[in-house]
Design a protein around this ligand. Structure first.
Ligand SMILES: [Ca+2]
Length: 526
């Protein structure tokens, strides 16, 4: 028995050494667009400490993998490149998984690459989007069309091609399927891929997409502008938002049957803000001025242009605690939005964001720098080749209105039905996540194996319904439709399980049936 164990250990050591040797001697000369390849092999459980402006990963929990760090030549005429990494686990599950970047990207998304990707056996890749920057800093875009095009679509697309080729070279066989996981701008990147390069991915899990970019960006500035000037009778401070939030919960928390500190369906709440109107001589920190009531109404109303054309959905009830902190209803503008007009649209470093007007907004939409936007909701080519996509958005998203995900889902459904014989419901599911803020977190059950969820906290287990990424694999490879996901709330988002909830394909929602409110089996999708 001991001899057998010794043999097994020796065999596995030999195998590990073979991979290590394969990694260290790997050459990518045959992949023409790869430049400056650097190779590092990490044995299982070794200390990984890597950082980019976008993401830092520090862990000793990863399986053995070969790290390829390289530049992709994105424009042979100018020599433009985009920084990219492909991590190849010894125990490959034969799948490729790409990760998107939020904000302006600006660095390889190491966290999800490791915890969401390699740890699950995927050959995992991500790109910096063609530039190095802080995720909110768009100064790199000034008079830099090459970099803007990389950000718009080129860096991701070419990194898919390169990663497929490199994985085939490394493992000596082609990948089986390719997947993508991204949230925010990463969600936009996923939608861009499905529309522009429908063959790049077989399945995607995308969250809260920054889409349509040219209409979402001005919305963020609009949300700040309606409250200006700071400390006027229109202004709503962080403390006042907290007071409003408490009143919303007082009026509506129990509507879903559970006093759990969040709304399962914000649209079910007929909130009456006027009950907070200040009475004569009332302390103004305990009530709302009539001008603040008007501000409140505007922030929760669909944003349209002067001709009543739709630009963006509004805020929804329940996320108020973040609106004034890292949301967009803040004294200063959402930096990403200010930089979009300064450095991408107007090339005017002195542009004053408070002068935002219909002409500037339309110019951004018409210019569509770097083809950032996705203007036609056409996923028919992606659907026709069997592609599947799970889209998710938190109802309490503070940076991108969740209503825009609902509109995009409806637009794609309508377009598909009008222009093909395909059934969009067999390819595209939307999951609205009660109480979740932008991409993750919030008072609710928000962990379900979507982008960065394993990086941001613990994970229940790998069964498909607990794991959006595993669910889309099941859907693509075995035809098992995703009819429910289970989200988990961990104690303080780090510890044991506080409660679980069902997430249902929109427009269904999880209805509480009674019984144990902490267990998802007490809910039903209706
Ligand atoms: Ca509730």
């Amino acid at each position: 028995m001991i001899a057998l164990l010794a043999l097994l250990v020796a065999t596995s050591l030999t195998r590990a050494s073979a991979w290590e040797q394969q990694c260290r001697s790997f050459r990518a000369d045959s992949v023409a667009i790869i430049k400056n390849l650097e190779i590092t092999y990490y044995r299982a459980g070794s200390f990984v400490n890597v950082t980019s402006p976008w993401s830092t990963l520090t862990t000793s929990d990863l399986p053995a993998f070969c790290r390829l760090k390289f530049d992709i030549l994105t424009n042979p005429e100018t020599g433009k490149t985009a920084g990219t990494e492909l991590w190849l686990p010894d125990g490959w599950n034969t799948r490729i998984l790409g990760f998107g970047g939020g904000g302006w990207s600006g660095g390889v998304p190491f966290g999800p690459l490791g915890m969401d990707g390699v740890a699950q056996g995927y050959a995992s890749f991500g790109t910096d989007g063609g530039h190095i920057s802080d995720w909110l800093d768009g100064r790199w875009g000034l008079n830099n069309d090459d970099a803007i095009v990389d950000f718009g679509y080129r860096a991701v697309h070419l990194s898919v091609d390169a990663s497929k080729s490199l994985a085939a070279l490394y493992y000596g066989k082609n990948h089986s399927k390719s997947y993508f996981s991204g949230c925010s701008n990463g969600g936009r990147q996923g939608i861009k891929s499905m529309t522009k390069y429908p063959e790049d991915f077989d399945g995607l899990v995308i969250g809260s997409p920054a889409n349509p970019f040219g209409k979402w960006i001005p919305w963020t500035l609009h949300q700040s502008l309606v409250m200006q000037p700071v400390n006027s009778t229109r202004w709503i401070s962080v403390d006042t938002w907290t007071m409003i939030h408490k009143e919303i919960l007082r009026q509506c928390d129990a509507l879903d049957g559970i006093l759990d500190g969040y709304l399962h369906d914000p649209n079910a709440c007929n909130f009456r803000p006027e009950l907070l109107a200040c009475r004569a001589n009332q302390d103004p920190s305990t009530c709302l001025h009539v001008d603040q009531l008007e501000t409140f109404r505007k922030l929760y109303t669909t944003y349209v242009d002067a001709a009543q054309n739709y630009l963006s959905a509004p805020y929804y009830l329940g996320g108020e605690l973040l609106w004034g902190t890292h949301g967009v209803s803040t004294p200063t503008p959402w930096l990403m939005a200010e930089h979009y007009y300064k450095y991408f649209v107007l090339n005017d470093t002195n542009w004053d964001w408070t002068t935002l007007n219909a002409t500037t907004i339309q110019l951004g939409i018409d210019l569509n720098p770097g083809d950032i936007d996705i203007n036609i909701p056409d996923l028919t080519a992606f659907f026709a080749r069997g592609g599947k996509v799970i889209l998710y958005t938190g109802w309490s998203d503070e940076l991108i209105s969740p209503g825009d995900s609902i509109k995009w889902h409806a637009d794609v459904t309508a377009y598909t039905r009008a222009h093909s014989d395909l059934d969009p419901d067999e390819h595209f599911k939307l999951f609205m996540v009660p109480g979740m803020t932008h991409c993750a977190f919030g008072p609710s059950a928000w962990s379900f194996g979507a982008n960065e969820h394993r990086f941001r906290g613990p994970h229940l287990h790998n069964e498909a319904r607990y794991d959006a990424q595993a669910s889309v694999v099941e859907w693509v490879e075995n035809g098992h439709e995703v009819d429910v996901l289970v989200a988990t709330k961990y104690i303080n988002d780090t510890g044991g399980i506080a409660f679980t909830r069902k997430l249902c394909p929109y427009p269904q929602r999880a209805v509480f049936l009674g019984g144990d409110e902490n267990c998802e089996t007490s809910f039903e999708c209706r």
